[in-house]
Write a protein that binds this ligand. Structure first.
Ligand SMILES: [Zn+2]
Length: 431
């Protein structure tokens, strides 16, 4: 049921609003706005007011605003109402690859036995293995698989999800992925932002002997895929995996420049294993540089100067057993830092953003405010979304209610405390 009217929702022990915080640099917990004994008034898909329950309740009574009390919601669900509930914005996952078919459990087992990511890729595992399964799946198959993953994400509090193509790696299969993602955007579940990652790796059709013909493949992407992406409005963002084993800097640069000339925003898989990608992201003014596990201080400074958002992907560090993105250093240098799951079948199969962000916070000594910013408004900014991920007037009513009386309980439980209630665009979702 779509709520197309003004509704008072509450009461909440606390509302963590994430309002009024800087887009860049370090944040202290004292800067967080925390409202006790609070409530929100939504108007259709948006948040209209945030304040004390007592004041908003009195206001609602004079304005014939519908009132939805927490006890009523749980009663309808046949559950006991928790003693206290804390409301936060819905989480934003700014980097995923969840439009795929197949499993890479074998790769994972091989990695546990010491085989490197690059060696697995060279023997036909890795991204090209997922490519074979994704090519064999229909658009409907991909839509259904993806819908299941979006629901899993929603149950863990993620209400906005960026999804990349990049496992089709042919004209028809990249478009198939992007069309499935576009359908998800209209499924009424989560806010979906799509990115074309046709430049993920070079597909086997462009392999001659042991050499990959990067340039020839990217010409196909530029001439045959991106024009249709534009025409069908399948994505506004173009991504590239910049790495010697995928697309070296000198090959990625003209490709990304051409994409920009076509009007796309660009983002870059940068410096996961070696340097060069972050420098390129800074040079081209990318919206974000994602990964950065191997980035130098000088290159972080270049990203800061170019106002590129750094996106840390702790799920990939956990999946591959490689160092974390230097998130503390990035913040101290004044960058905007988002934290995303990188959910994909190979290096980051977990897909649990809240758990990964909590773990990164502990490893990198990030304040709760910095972790929350990284999975809410700073991540939304990286995706070009300006009215998402704050409990604040005029913002989209994507909200989570956790069963606790203090927002600090949420990161403390490291992902094991998941939301009891999730609203997207003002609508209560059944989990
Ligand atoms: Zn990725």
């Amino acid at each position: 049921m779509l709520v197309n009217k003004r509704t008072l929702i509450g009461p909440f022990s606390q509302i963590l609003s994430l309002k009024g915080l800087a887009l860049n640099g370090p944040l202290a917990d004292e800067q967080l706005e925390v409202i006790s004994n609070a409530a929100v008034i939504t108007n259709g898909k948006k948040i209209e007011r945030v304040g004390l329950w007592s004041e908003l309740k009195a206001y609602a009574d004079t304005q014939s605003i519908a009132i939805v009390r927490m006890e009523e919601i749980f009663e309808k669900q046949g559950k006991a109402c928790p003693k206290s509930l804390t409301l936060t914005p819905g989480l934003v996952d700014a980097h995923t690859h969840i439009c795929y078919a197949g499993s890479r459990a074998r790769d994972y087992a091989d990695r546990l036995n010491g085989v490197s990511y690059e060696e697995i890729s060279a023997r036909g595992g890795g991204i090209r293995d997922t490519m074979r399964h994704t090519r064999a799946a229909s658009e409907d198959d991909l839509f259904e698989l993806n819908l299941t993953r979006l629901k899993q994400h929603l149950a863990r509090g993620v209400t906005t999800v960026e999804i990349k193509s990049g496992y089709g790696l042919s004209v028809q299969d990249e478009l198939k992925q992007l069309r499935a993602i576009k359908r998800l955007a209209h499924a009424g579940l989560s806010q979906v932002v799509s990115s074309c990652l046709a430049a993920h790796v070079v597909p086997p059709e462009f392999k001659v002997g042991s050499a990959f013909k990067h340039h020839e493949y990217l010409q196909v992407v530029l001439n045959e895929i991106l024009p249709i992406v534009k025409e069908e409005k399948l994505a506004q963002r173009v991504d590239a995996f910049v790495e010697p084993s995928a697309f070296p800097v000198e090959i990625a640069r003209p490709y990304l420049q051409n994409a920009q000339a076509m009007g796309f925003d660009i983002c870059v898989h940068a410096d996961q294993f070696s340097q060069g990608g972050a420098r390129l992201a800074a040079e081209l003014g990318a919206k974000s540089a994602d990964h950065l596990e191997a980035t130098s201080t000088a290159d972080l400074q270049a990203l800061k100067a170019a106002q590129v958002t750094a996106v840390a992907l702790p799920g990939a560090s956990l999946g591959l057993g490689i160092p974390y993105t230097p998130a503390r250093e990035a913040l101290d240098l004044g960058l905007s830092l988002a934290i995303a799951s990188d959910w994909n079948p190979g290096s980051a199969p977990m897909g649990h953003l809240l758990m990964q962000a909590s773990v990164l916070g502990a490893a990198e000594k990030l304040s709760a405010a910095e972790v929350w910013a990284g999975i809410t408004f700073r991540a939304a900014h990286a995706l070009g979304l300006s009215n998402t991920a704050q409990i604040s007037s005029g913002f989209v009513a994507d909200m989570l209610a956790f069963s606790c009386d203090d927002y600090r309980e949420i990161l403390y439980h490291q992902g094991m405390l998941t939301p009891s209630l999730v609203w997207t665009q003002g609508r209560l979702q059944s989990l």
